[in-house]
Design a protein around this ligand. Structure first.
Ligand SMILES: NC(=O)c1ccc[n+]([C@@H]2O[C@H](COP(=O)([O-])OP(=O)(O)OC[C@H]3O[C@@H](n4cnc5c(N)ncnc54)[C@H](OP(=O)(O)O)[C@@H]3O)[C@@H](O)[C@H]2O)c1
Length: 231
């Protein structure tokens, strides 16, 4: 193995974030991961409590990860929610909760991590978008708006961080077998497969591996990578 990296994953209690933290840990890196009250992180990962909508908890988690493992080499933000509804029925709350968690949350995580990375002159950040941000998704206009916003954020932040050794990118998975996807009715998930050229849903480990490879691509910044079975 090469050098051991200091890694922090926001949203390491379930799904893609949990798989990413576990894989980094298994590869011998120093990994911290956040959970909200009640969740757990994979064995060997330093568990920290944070809610991305609560700046004080984000700052505390960042400080604890740096204190334990040194300045961050890799920051991954997978924390995200869906509140699906048709536009004609969508409530103020469904819009607000999704934008606060999926867009403002990751922006605040990055803003809070930025100064430390700026000083250390290093850092690779990966934020989770969604293929839906590009192609659209019925009953997910709030969600796809939040993800498209993240992609714009990444393009601008990348320009500011580039000369300082900070890279920031978005990774957009297609449908992936996690709690988030499995909240949809099985018939809807079956129909989704028809629209995927590879005719299958991704395993969370496939997305986690892509995140890790992508974070290590030293000449890539400001991009969105679609990991979507061909969508
Ligand atoms: N699964 C898919 O098909 C798919 C497709 C495209 C994009 N994505 C994106 O990929 C990312 C990971 O999704 P997933 O499928 O792994 O979802 P998941 O299984 O539902 O896990 C979501 C994770 O985010 C955390 N989280 C939610 N709200 C949070 C908050 N306010 N503060 C901190 N953590 C919070 C959850 O923590 P708790 O355990 O405490 O709830 C959990 O660890 C999301 O951004 C999602 O939008 C997923």
């Amino acid at each position: 193995m090469g050098e051991s990296l200091s890694v922090l994953v926001f949203g390491a209690s379930r799904g893609i974030g949990r798989a990413t933290a576990r894989k980094y840990q298994e590869a011998g890196h120093h990994v911290a991961g956040t959970r909200r009250a009640g969740g757990t992180v994979p064995e060997g990962v330093l568990g920290l409590e944070a809610d991305v909508t609560d700046n004080a908890s984000v700052q505390a988690a960042l400080a604890a990860a740096v204190e334990a493992h040194g300045p961050l080499d890799v920051l991954v933000v997978t924390a995200g929610i869906t509140r699906d509804n048709f536009l004609i029925r969508m409530s103020d709350e469904e819009v607000r909760e999704v934008i606060e968690t999926n867009l403002i949350g990751p922006i605040n995580v990055v803003r809070n991590a930025w100064k430390g990375m700026w000083r250390a002159r290093k850092g690779s950040i990966v934020l989770l978008s969604s293929t839906g941000a590009k192609v659209g998704q019925t009953a997910q206009s709030n969600y796809t708006a939040s993800k498209a916003g993240l992609e714009g954020f990444v393009r601008s932040a990348a320009r500011e961080g580039a000369a300082r050794g900070i890279r920031i990118n978005a990774l957009a998975p297609g449908a992936t077998d996690t709690d988030m996807l499995n909240a949809a009715p099985p018939a809807v998930i079956e129909r989704m497969k028809d629209g995927i050229p590879m005719h299958r849903i991704a395993h969370e480990d496939e997305i986690a591996s892509a995140i890790i490879d992508y974070a290590g691509m030293t000449y890539v910044t400001g991009q969105t990578l679609y990991v979507s079975g061909g969508v």
